[in-house]
Design a protein around this ligand. Structure first.
Ligand SMILES: [Zn+2]
Length: 200
């Protein structure tokens, strides 16, 4: 889920080349086409440096949930709507501490991030019935992290065919009200959405 096109993968001694692009022809690589993210990739709202004072994930918990688009506050980490989503319902799980990588997180933070990740999947299933998810962390700017200085776990709901309709609806930049509506629905279902049956 890097912001950039994935590098060619080596297969045996050969490497797979990207197919030539023809207008209207299906692509071999299924991907989410998100032109609204160009604003972000272009540097809009990007922190000037990597200090906590510039960090949107440090600032968000100091604001109202509705204003900051926070879905749920845990003890050591919180869940927030991604302002520049790959898909509807794209959530981020951030520790409150300004740490850049999972290796810097305490055992308690690691555990809570995974718990919040699993709960996010349950709540999103109840609210918007996705067929699958992409879960991931991008470590470092080279790894594709937009805010590399502050660890964040992506939870991206996926629907069958979403990569096909995204070129059409993706042309519409998500507006704060729409993200606000999504936040309200997800936050409202946080405590009531059914948990997946499992061993205690
Ligand atoms: Zn931060």
């Amino acid at each position: 889920m890097s912001d950039d096109v994935a590098p060619m993968a080596p297969v045996g001694r050969a490497s797979v080349e990207a197919p030539p692009y023809h207008e209207g022809a299906p692509e071999s690589f299924q991907r989410l086409w998100t032109p609204h993210r160009m604003v972000y990739i272009g540097g809009a709202d990007k922190p000037k440096d990597s200090t906590p004072g510039q960090c949107p994930f440090c600032a968000a918990p100091g604001r109202d949930d509705e204003d900051a688009l926070i879905v749920h506050r845990g003890e050591r980490a919180y869940v927030i709507m991604n302002l520049y989503p790959y898909n509807t319902g794209h959530l981020l799980i951030c520790p409150y501490r300004h740490i850049s990588e999972l290796t810097e997180a305490s055992d308690a933070e690691r555990l809570e991030i995974i718990h919040l990740c699993a709960r996010s999947m349950e709540v999103l299933r109840a609210v918007c019935r996705p067929h699958g998810f992409n879960l991931g962390m991008n470590a470092g700017e080279t790894g594709g992290a937009g805010i590399a200085a502050h660890l964040h776990q992506h939870v991206v709901p996926r629907w069958i065919g979403d990569a096909n309709f995204m070129p059409i609806i993706g042309r519409t930049k998500p507006v704060p009200q729409l993200l606000g509506d999504q936040r309200d629905m997800i936050a409202g279902a946080w405590d009531s959405a059914p948990a997946t049956p499992r061993e205690p």
